[in-house]
Design a protein around this ligand. Structure first.
Ligand SMILES: *Cc1c(COP(=O)(O)O)cnc(C)c1O
Length: 421
């Protein structure tokens, strides 16, 4: 307010000031639509226990414990010295990086991509997944989102003003969506469908016949398919998860998000990619070119090195994870927790005993055994009967955790007497 207005309404000066401040701090309505962060309570309890000196073993984090292979870091260090890499990168990345991505896809999946039209590097796939919603979803628009699922699928939809319509992933369907049960009206109205195999958090996998049905469903309902394939390289027992783009017609209906995070233990460097349908890629490029200035170039060179260098460490890492998986599954069985053996991903998705909900049981494990896991409900309401163990806990900590689990056993059904947060 200027001096004249101030003089005219001196009685209300203080009031106006408060209102003005209130106005400054009026957050957009879209923030109200973000659900409360579900892990706050659990994380706070973990922090409190650790502050008191309690030793908590965490199986709650989906982030590789092993370092990035050293040849990749070497390349990053060398290229960081080059002043050409100190400047703004292009949003769509170095042509060499797009080429390395296309070549990797061809070598790994037999999928041929046009490096200039069908490949877009991302600042981690989470960034691209979040921004993808802006390309298709406006106020009131619907996206089909798996439940349980990676939270970014629904949060991106909500931030874009749209509505997630949740598709349950149930054990009886091997945690795949049941297309028949999706109401015809919803399928027709929705603009986009999110899928993720190998799946976080369930560890479920999908084969090519499933992706054939996805393409058919997308065509019948005029849907864009966004498949998140972050875990195709994290697999066990010789299983090789496929790419959605291996199926004929997939490129007409959708794209696939992938990442260097899980494959090359590069979560902290932030680099991923989206590949597939040229129009969809162009739409995301248009959004991104107005928001970001690409990926630091030294990191792009490190990614080129990762994608085109030796892939031997992938099998080594998977052998370590597989050993951990087997040890954990054995002890879960011994203490009476049911879990399927995952063929891929970092995760063991275990059923909580009858009478518990996922948050109760997570608290119980934390309080009685000093073990942190993720409550399934954090991934959607269908996840409520489950907890997620991540295999990214180092071998010696896993061993200690297993010993704790063995000397602790869940007490029998408490008939729902536990307090639910
Ligand atoms: C870890 C993960 C990613 C990868 O995220 P980045 O942003 O590439 O690190 C994507 N999708 C799912 C389901 C994940 O668990």
């Amino acid at each position: 307010m200027d001096a004249k207005e101030g003089a005219a309404c001196c009685h209300f000066g203080v009031l106006n000031l408060i209102q003005d401040q209130g106005k400054l701090m009026q957050l957009a309505k879209r923030l109200d639509r973000l659900p409360p962060y579900l892990f706050v309570d659990i994380n706070q309890r973990i922090a409190e226990k650790r502050a008191k000196g309690e030793d908590i073993i965490s199986f709650a984090i989906g982030d590789p414990d092993l370092p990035t292979p050293s040849h990749i870091i070497e390349c990053l260090c060398q290229t960081a010295h080059d002043p050409a890499n100190h400047r703004y990168p292009e949003t769509n990345g170095l042509p060499k990086l797009r080429e390395a991505i296309a070549q990797w896809y061809e070598k790994r999946f037999g999928v041929v991509l046009d490096k200039d039209k069908e490949v877009l590097p991302l600042i981690g796939s989470k960034e691209g997944i979040g921004h993808m919603a802006l390309c298709f979803i406006g106020p009131g628009d619907i996206a089909l989102v798996p439940d349980p699922g990676y939270p970014v699928f629904s949060m991106g939809t909500i931030l874009a003003g749209g509505e997630p319509y949740y598709i349950p992933l149930r054990e009886e369907n091997d945690f795949l969506p049941d297309f028949e049960s999706i109401p015809e009206k919803m399928a027709n109205q929705a603009k986009l469908m999110w899928l993720n195999y190998p799946n976080n958090p369930t560890g479920a996998t999908a084969d090519l016949d499933f992706f054939v049905r996805v393409v058919d469903f997308a065509r019948r309902h005029n849907l864009v398919i966004c498949h998140d394939a972050a875990y195709t390289e994290v697999s066990f027992d010789g299983y090789r998860p496929p790419s959605f783009l291996q199926v004929p017609g997939s490129k007409e209906v959708g794209v696939e998000f992938h990442s260097l995070s899980k494959t090359y233990h590069m979560t902290g460097w932030r680099i991923g990619m989206v590949v597939g349908n040229a129009q969809i890629i162009d739409a995301l490029f248009r959004v991104k070119s107005n928001l970001d200035s690409g990926i630091p170039q030294a990191i792009q060179y490190a990614a080129i090195d990762a994608l085109s260098g030796s892939q031997d460490h992938i099998a080594e890492h998977n052998a370590i994870l597989q050993r951990r998986r087997d040890k954990l599954l054995k002890v879960l069985k011994e203490i009476g927790l049911e879990a399927k053996t995952p063929r891929a991903s970092f995760y063991v998705w275990a059923k909580v005993p009858q009478g518990y909900r996922s948050v109760d049981f997570t608290r119980k494990l934390l309080d009685e055994a000093g073990i942190a896991v993720t409550p399934g409900v954090g991934y959607g309401k269908e996840g409520d009967g489950y907890i997620r163990f991540s295999l990214t806990t180092s071998d010696d900590r896993l061993e200690q955790g297993i010993n704790r689990l063995l000397s602790w056993r869940p007490s029998p059904d408490k008939g729902g007497a536990l307090v639910v947060v």
